[in-house]
Design a protein around this ligand. Structure first.
Ligand SMILES: [Zn+2]
Length: 113
C-alpha cells in the first residue's frame, strides 16, 4: 500500500471510530430513557399496591417509604417555616411570591396588597 492508501485507510478507520462513538452516545441516551420509563412503571405499580393493600405489602421497602415520607413532611414544614406563611401568587406570571415582597422575584411585576 502506498502513502495515500495508508492515509485513506487511517481516515476511514477514524471515521468508523467516530461513527461508533456517536452510535454509543445515542444508545446510551436511549437506554437512559428506557430505564427512566421502567423506574416510573415500577413507581406506578408500587403506588397502586400501596393504595390497594397498604404500605405493609411492601415489607422492608414499606418501612423505608414511611421513613422517607415522614422526612419529606418534616422538610416541607421546615421549608414553609423559612419561607413564611404561604405566599401570594404573582398576577402577571403566576410565580409564588413571599408575603412581604412588593415585586415578583420572577418577572418583576408589582404585587398588589
Ligand atoms: Zn411574576
Amino acid at each position: 500500500m502506498g502513502f495515500f492508501d495508508d492515509l485513506k485507510a487511517t481516515a476511514k478507520s477514524e471515521m468508523e471510530g467516530v461513527k461508533k462513538n456517536v452510535k454509543a452516545v445515542q444508545l446510551q441516551s436511549e437506554l437512559n430513557d428506557l430505564k427512566r420509563e421502567e423506574t416510573e412503571i415500577y413507581a406506578t405499580i408500587g403506588r397502586q399496591a400501596v393504595a390497594e393493600k397498604g404500605v405493609e405489602v411492601l415489607g422492608d421497602a414499606g418501612v423505608k417509604l414511611l421513613d422517607v415520607q415522614e422526612r419529606i413532611l418534616k422538610k416541607e414544614a421546615e421549608l414553609s417555616e423559612i419561607k413564611g406563611p404561604a405566599g401570594k401568587v404573582c398576577p402577571n406570571c403566576g410565580a409564588e411570591v413571599a408575603c412581604d415582597m412588593k415585586f415578583c422575584g420572577n418577572c418583576g411585576a408589582k404585587i398588589v396588597e
